[in-house]
Design a protein around this ligand. Structure first.
Ligand code: HEC
Ligand code: HEC
Length: 281
């Protein structure tokens, strides 16, 4: 088993011997918003990682620079679209997000703690699930599909107002069993290549794979604007793409498996700043 996996990774890696570290630049947005892109790993990663890095460290200088100034960050146009949506009434109740929540900036404490256990519903909710709960149960509007454009725009707005704050996802209490499920998925090898998320993002981050520079696969920068498809990309859509690359069967965005995985991966970034919407290749 182990041998097969190592062979598969070795075959994918361009220079397995040369361990290229994350760079040591620092990210300051708009000249004054300091972003923690590198810090000590949370305690639950003991024995796995000592330090955690945002994916920003693994991008080239030009892509990094786009994120340092909101005028250059192509994702900010979607944040502006979401600001309009925030104040626009929708659904049978004639209500807008603003009617109940005030300004988007009043939501600054929300992004860092999601996904989060919802006591009344008895489930772990991603931010998109929570927004859909507001839409269907409080506005009388249709739910957004997971990672649909409007959902990602709104999530980008919720992230942008929280930028700079430390990710602080709770993994104990009632969320723990879901977290354990996500952890198991993270370390399970699948597909013809017999790879887990950890094979690439824990054991080989810093290395080059095909033409890409492998990061730790953190999600503090999501939603992420990708130059590749010139649009916002959601966490679970990204998971799907990564699993597909291992030639494995994949779960769907919105599935219980991906909700658990999102909770777990978010918790691997506890201590990094919320950085979304980020720019990636
Ligand atoms: C009629 C009032 C109402 C409207 C309209 C509404 N919400 Fe909510 N929203 C709430 C309430 C109440 C909660 C707390 C729910 C809970 O904790 O179970 C909430 C919770 C949230 C949360 C999570 C907050 C947290 O601290 O965990 C987010 C994010 C959110 N709403 C986004 C939105 C968005 C985006 C819209 C518009 C598309 C919207 N809401 C429209 C009432 C509303
Ligand atoms: C074959 C190697 C490989 C495997 C296995 C893999 N990924 Fe990835 N992943 C990549 C590459 C390459 C990228 C793009 C460069 C980067 O950010 O690492 C990427 C990017 C990501 C990103 C975006 C990071 C950012 O900052 O934008 C996330 C999140 C991610 N992966 C999560 C996962 C998860 C969760 C799994 C397991 C379900 C997984 N990946 C499995 C190769 C892999």
């Amino acid at each position: 088993m182990k041998f097969t996996a190592l062979t598969a990774v070795a075959a994918l890696l361009m220079a397995p011997a040369a361990y290229a570290e994350a760079d040591d630049e620092s990210l300051v947005i708009n000249g004054d918003l300091e972003i923690t892109t590198h810090t000590d790993a949370p305690a639950h990663l003991d024995g796995h990682l000592d330090e955690i890095y945002s994916g920003w460290h693994f991008r080239d200088d030009e892509t990094q620079a786009m994120e340092a100034d909101d005028f250059d960050n192509p994702a900010m146009i979607f944040v502006d679209q979401a600001r309009d949506m925030w104040t626009t009434p929708e659904g049978s109740e004639g209500k807008s997000c603003a009617d109940c929540h005030g300004a988007p900036e009043d939501m600054a404490a929300v992004r860092p703690v999601y996904p989060k256990w919802n006591e009344d519903a008895g489930e772990v909710r991603t931010m998109q699930m929570q927004m859909n709960d507001c839409r269907t149960n409080r506005m009388g509007a249709d739910a957004w599909k997971t990672d649909a454009k409007d959902a990602l725009n709104m999530e980008a707005l919720m992230s942008s107002v929280a930028r700079g704050q430390p990710v602080n996802v709770a993994i104990d209490g009632p969320a723990q069993s879901v977290w354990e499920q996500g952890k198991e998925l993270y370390y399970t090898r699948t597909g013809i290549l017999d790879l887990s998320c950890a094979s690439c993002h824990e054991e080989n981050y810093g290395n080059r794979i095909r033409s890409d520079h492998l990061s730790q696969g953190q999600i503090n920068g999501f939603p992420a604007y990708r130059l590749k498809n010139a649009g916002l990309n959601g966490v679970q859509g990204r998971f799907k793409g990564c699993v597909r690359d291992t030639r494995a069967e994949t779960f769907s965005p919105g599935s219980p498996e991906f909700i658990a995985l999102e909770l777990y991966v978010a918790s691997r970034g506890n201590g990094l700043s919320v950085e979304g919407p980020s720019v990636r290749n």
